[in-house]
Design a protein around this ligand. Sequence first.
Ligand SMILES: [Fe+2]
Ligand SMILES: [Fe+2]
Length: 319
Amino acid sequence: MSDSKSFVPIQLSTLVGDLALMFDVYIKVDDRCLLYVRSGDEIETHRLKALKKKKVRKLFITGQDETKYQEFLDSLLLNSDKLNSEQKGSLASGVAESASEEIYKNPQSQAAYSTAEKAANNLIDIMSQNQDVLLSILNRDGSGDGTQTSLMHSHAVNVCSLAISFGEELKFSRDQLGTLGIASLFHDVGYAMMKEGDQALFFKDFKSMTPAEQISYKQHPVIGVEALQDKPFANATVLGLIATHEERMNGTGFPKGINNMSPVQECHALCCLYDRQVTCLGQTPETVINDLMINHIGAFNLEVLKKFKAFMKNVYKLG
Ligand SMILES: [Fe+2]
Ligand SMILES: [Fe+2]
């Protein structure tokens, strides 16, 4: 036990079982950090699973060991071919989840943007056309603490993974996948800058909002873009993707009601829509997949909708 040290939370899901750690790991009990695994030792996979079952999401390291933790992650990601699909999904989504938390805490910081860039690249590398990794990310046991804000973090990670994966299916370039991944992590960051009452709208179906609520909700892409638009580190394509993530191909979206989007913007908007229905509104993947051809014809190109539906059915192994 060492309460004089400064502790930094890490995502439990980034620790892979049965692998020697290069840093001490602590667990929080009654607001105190207790030594859980000593540097050089490993956490057995069954202990990791038991912690996940107990809804432990975060473990802790000392501030001094942050670099060693980063090196540990980098080496795992570099050698990810040795991991199974579940471990890959857990590791990459854990990294993206940390990035998402950082973004919502400090939306305008360069550090958050760089973390998002890195997380998106990790996901591109680790998922590379492996739909089982995507499935293990989408099916991961609720990674947050059950609050609405943590649901928004999970939503960002899901959209990022989905958009990269579906973007690969659509044969987008590595650069396009990178900007898609960063924009996905940032797309609803306007949430972090809105009042509590307006934040609740992210968990409400658009059609059941009052006209005043719809006006407030329609502002969130604009607020997100405004947070980043004067930042020299923010890529213009990423800003464009955040701006259009609620737009539709037939002009029925918002905030501008445009009726023309690039293929990458369309892919992003579709993945944002899909995962909002699942993660924020609590619908089942099957319902949303089947609903695409009923309620969203015209909002997206028919070919894209068909490809998305087939892609998602494959991911979820639906007949
Ligand atoms: Fe949104
Ligand atoms: Fe969203």
